[in-house]
Design a protein around this ligand. Sequence first.
Ligand SMILES: Nc1ncnc2c1ncn2[C@@H]1O[C@H](COP(=O)(O)OP(=O)(O)O)[C@@H](O)[C@H]1O
Ligand SMILES: [Mg+2]
Length: 369
Amino acid sequence: MLVLRHLTKTYHGARPVVPSVRDVSLEIPRGSFFTLLGPSGCGKTTILHCIAGLETPDSGDIEIDGVAVFSGASGCNEPPHRRRLGMVFQSYAIWPHMSVFDNVAFPLQQQRPRLAARDIKARVMTALSLVRLEAVADKLAPFLSGGQQQRVALARALVHEPRLLLLDEPLSNLDAKLREEMRVELGRLVRQLGITTIFVTHDQAEALTMSDRIALIDAGRVVQQGAPHDIYYRPNSTFAARFVCGGNIVPGTVVSAPDMQRQAEIDTPFGRVACALPTGINAGDDVNLVVRPDSLRVCNGDAPVDGRPNFFHVDISDVSFMGDFIEGIALSGSTALRVRLDPHVQVQMPHAAVVEVIAQRCVVLPRKE
Ligand SMILES: Nc1ncnc2c1ncn2[C@@H]1O[C@H](COP(=O)(O)OP(=O)(O)O)[C@@H](O)[C@H]1O
Ligand SMILES: [Mg+2]
């Protein structure tokens, strides 16, 4: 188990001098695939570098398997090589003048007491076989493809059997197809090894597909934590909804007091939506309604609307063919919702339609801005 408690880190060269990591507390169970997700500049790499010992936090504690590796209070600060971690950097940081074998052997050659050459060879070849690169062991690193270089970096991180694997946006330099293949391969590999993995990404799809658990970071703070399903279906803030769900965020105002089941009505630019309110939101409050693509059903334009709650007339335009679905824009006046259409139904554009907002699949959040 990796535990971070109240971790704060400020770079004093930065202007303005504000903490890049603010009071971050996390518990990462042994063997889990844990993702730090957030926009560029939110502090993900800084958290990873604090765990690795490459940066020194201002305060807080870092503990691995019950033993402190950093403690602001006691002054304990283990150097990176004593933490037994493997790290893959965003840039891979592999040495261009060395062969694949020598790149992977490097961390073992630094170990003291020295390992026998035969043991080094056996361990390097095991690590290369994990990432399926035994055949190119003697090649110079620059002659490899981007995907292969990335696997060299992974083999080098794994060769000394680390307690934790730290991965900083390892897939972001790969092209789309390779990135998807590596998502699957990397997921399979770390699960097979059972190694605790901290994965950093700004890509919500990567985070949702690969992780056991996600911590969503905004401006140096953890703003939500949970399994991918929880974060996707129950974002706790407009930031989380925007970043993770990629859905429509519709501003509204609660116009009726919630009843016993907390059902109420919300006025939106589309019209009135009847839906359940979370506790803490009441009549008169300004809210954002999170309407993901799966919270909408598109019906024919002649479907009856009058008096039916949550059915609205729209015009659909700007469609894009996405393969297994068609994405379109449903306009009601000047307000737009992104909707998904059946690719097997041919329609003329623009196209009059009716959309149903499936209220139990929407999330109501307080609107502060
Ligand atoms: N070495 C540094 N010196 C000064 N500021 C830094 C340094 N590294 C990162 N920062 C600042 O800290 C913040 C977090 O950066 P970083 O951890 O790299 O974010 P992320 O990895 O999420 O993109 C940013 O505002 C960045 O500009
Ligand atoms: Mg980064």
